[in-house]
Write a protein of this length. Structure first.
Ligand code: NAP
Length: 309
């Protein structure tokens, strides 16, 4: 019987693991399918984590987090959690390998995944010229022109990163103003090889057997079509929460959620079900920052220790 099952190994899950084990819980397992670290490990530049005065990659930022948590006894199980169900006051964790484990408390810290924009050709060319990770795939377009779609912090930060590798970046956005932070907009505007293509809808991404060869956008102002010939398209249009482990067969969830499927929690990261917690991007009103996810994890762990008494 686990004291605590943590689902997800990003900043929220790792910090919860650190606080829970260091706070005295003996049997804490963090279920993470891949390497711990979370979505931030795909970021090329992090400059707003407190205490880090130098710009670091997401990978560098997260490198020591699992090491530190495991020093206090956190166990990492490289496994996918398919479902969590409740049996009286005990939770049943069902994993992809067919095993079931019991836990006295459970924390959902699964975060989110990149959202698809929904244009023609997106699914067909995904992984064949369409990418959602500039640090992973930017290198393939060294010295070439690429398109990047989106207008938030992720889009603009990654446009700046790609502008250092690629000969030119077309920043394609559906409006003419951006959601990103003013300093990030200023960084983007200072890059001479970023061309802003705003107030457009993506009509389609097209290509051939070897992958993407270009993209067509339609002006929202005069309906004109512009054809941009590029071998690579990066999509940064937001993220969807990973709530599958809490989903029941009838489509409802183990605990209350909002319309976006985000877990409703209070200030202690408690859901409406005693013993069930959610932290990081998967919860309502998440600021979607590493430091906030980490703080959520710590907050949840402190309350879980009290709950387990
Ligand atoms: P986001 O802020 O939700 O921005 C998504 C962007 O994609 C928006 O500009 C949106 O356009 C556009 N978009 C959405 N759906 C689209 C579609 N179907 N087709 C075309 N464009 C579409 O997402 P994000 O950039 O991934 O950021 C998520 C959160 O993480 C935010 O809270 C952000 O501040 C945070 N974040 C922070 C940092 C940092 O502080 N360093 C870095 C990355 C992310 P509209 O503008 O028209 O809605």
């Amino acid at each position: 019987m686990l004291d605590l099952a943590i689902i997800g190994g990003g900043p929220a899950g790792l910090t919860a693991g650190l606080y829970a084990t260091r706070g005295g819980l003996e049997n804490v397992t963090m279920f993470e399918m891949g390497l711990p670290g979370g979505q931030i490990t795909g970021s090329s530049e992090v400059e707003n984590y407190p205490g880090q005065k130098n710009v670091v990659t997401g990978m560098e930022l997260m490198e020591d987090w699992p090491v530190q948590a495991m020093k206090f006894g956190l166990k990492h199980e490289m496994n996918q959690v398919l479902n969590v169900s409740k049996d009286n006051n005990i939770f049943i964790i069902q994993t992809a390998d067919g095993h079931k484990q019991e836990a006295k408390a459970v924390l959902l810290a699964t975060g989110s995944v990149p959202r698809r924009a929904g244009f023609k050709g997106e699914n067909e060319f995904f992984g064949r010229g369409i990418s959602t990770c500039a640090t992973c795939d930017g290198f393939f377009y060294k010295g070439k022109e690429v398109v990047l779609i989106g207008g938030g912090d992720s889009a603009l930060e990654e446009a700046v990163y790609l502008a250092k590798i690629c000969s030119k970046v077309y920043l394609v956005h559906r409006r003419d103003s951006y959601k990103a932070a003013p300093s990030t907009i200023a960084h983007m505007k200072a890059c001479e090889n970023i061309e802003e293509v705003t107030n457009v809808d993506v009509e389609e991404v097209y290509g051939d057997n070897s992958g993407v060869t270009g993209l067509k956008v339609k002006s929202k102002i005069d309906d004109t079509i512009r054809d941009i010939k590029v071998p690579g398209v990066f999509v940064f249009v937001g993220r969807n929460v990973l709530n599958e482990p809490f989903k029941k067969e009838d489509g409802t969830f183990l605990c209350d959620t909002n319309e976006q499927g985000e877990m409703i929690v209070d200030l202690k990261m408690r859901t409406n079900i005693p013993g069930v917690y959610a932290a990081g991007d998967v919860r309502i009103d998440a600021a979607k920052q590493v430091v906030c996810a980490a703080a959520d994890g710590a907050t949840a762990a402190v309350d879980i220790i009290e709950y387990l008494g």
